[in-house]
Design a protein around this ligand. Structure first.
Ligand SMILES: NC(=O)c1ccc[n+]([C@@H]2O[C@H](COP(=O)([O-])OP(=O)(O)OC[C@H]3O[C@@H](n4cnc5c(N)ncnc54)[C@H](OP(=O)(O)O)[C@@H]3O)[C@@H](O)[C@H]2O)c1
Length: 266
């Protein structure tokens, strides 16, 4: 019955893949703590999900680029759920397109990418896994990217941040084997959300070559993979192939190929 599955914390739940993951969770009967910076948008999402699925939804606005924000969010999530978070979806993330550290103000944006994609994700995973290990059960879904498998000129810091998420998640999945707690990493390829506009990519070659799926199909396979306790979920055949490519191609060549795909054509 709706609302009886337990409580899930979903970050970056106000739009895109995170909103689709929160919707999957609500449809499966999970009560939710949803987070993002935009409080108004979060309230609208909460009202919508409560109305459609009859679950409890607690909005918890947070800017995860700020020191201490991830720990404060975890405390707020525990308080809202009565200490019973059983699922963490570490989805909030951002990218930045362009030459590394150029123009000079780009360095601040790259620092923000690291703070959210790496720093906040790690803190939330640390806190959630300590809690879940104590309970002997729980599931974590970390959202990486298809670019986690390769260096990506023009999105160098973003791709490196996602390589970290992939590596961390795979290591944790092994550490946690047999514990009743699982860590899954979701590696989507280019997906039709506002991510690219916000990252300032312009029209990248990769976007012209592929038909981008919507966030709903990506979220569906991600959510199911996490619930099945899978280690890695790569949606779509092209993305599976691109994850395999770096095993066959020398890394220097792989970086040049990825750079060509990441180049803006205008
Ligand atoms: N779209 C793609 O092609 C693609 C491909 C592979 C992986 N991914 C990954 O999938 C995840 C979701 O991406 P998306 O495409 O859904 O992007 P999106 O549409 O831009 O949504 C990003 C979400 O993260 C939140 N967010 C951004 N900065 C934040 C901050 N400083 N503090 C707290 N929340 C923040 C945003 O809300 P606010 O702006 O209100 O804070 C929003 O809810 C990201 O980790 C991204 O790297 C995306």
């Amino acid at each position: 019955m709706a609302g009886n599955a337990g409580w899930a914390l979903v970050t970056g739940a106000s739009q895109g893949i995170g909103l689709a993951l929160a919707t999957e969770a609500a449809a499966a009967g999970w009560n939710l703590v949803i987070s993002a910076r935009g409080a108004e948008r979060l309230e609208a999402v909460a009202t919508d999900l409560r109305g459609r699925f009859g679950v409890k939804v607690a909005p918890a606005p947070a800017d995860l680029s700020q020191p201490g924000a991830a720990a404060a969010l975890w405390s707020a999530a525990l308080a809202a759920s009565g200490g019973t978070i059983g699922v963490l979806v570490n989805n909030a993330g951002l990218g930045r397109h362009g030459a590394f550290g150029s123009p000079p103000e780009a360095a601040a944006q790259e620092d923000e990418v690291i703070a959210v994609n790496i720093g906040a994700l790690t803190t939330l995973a640390q806190l959630a896994l300590a809690h879940m290990r104590g309970a002997g059960a729980g599931r974590v879904l970390n959202v990486a990217s298809a670019v986690a498998f390769m260096p990506a000129p023009n999105m160098a810091v973003y791709a490196a941040s996602k390589a970290y998420v992939l590596s961390l998640s795979e290591a944790l999945a092994v550490e946690l084997a047999g514990s009743g707690v699982s860590v899954t990493v979701l590696c989507p390829g280019a997906t039709d959300t506002g991510f690219f506009d916000r990252a300032g990519t312009g029209k990248m070659r990769v976007m012209q070559m592929l038909r981008m799926p919507g966030p709903e199909s990506v979220a569906r396979v991600g959510w199911r993979g996490m619930m099945a306790g899978r280690r890695i979920v790569i949606p779509g055949m092209m993305n599976k192939l691109s994850a395999f490519g770096p095993r066959l191609v020398p890394r220097a060549l792989m970086a040049r190929i990825a750079g060509a795909f990441m180049a803006s054509t205008h």
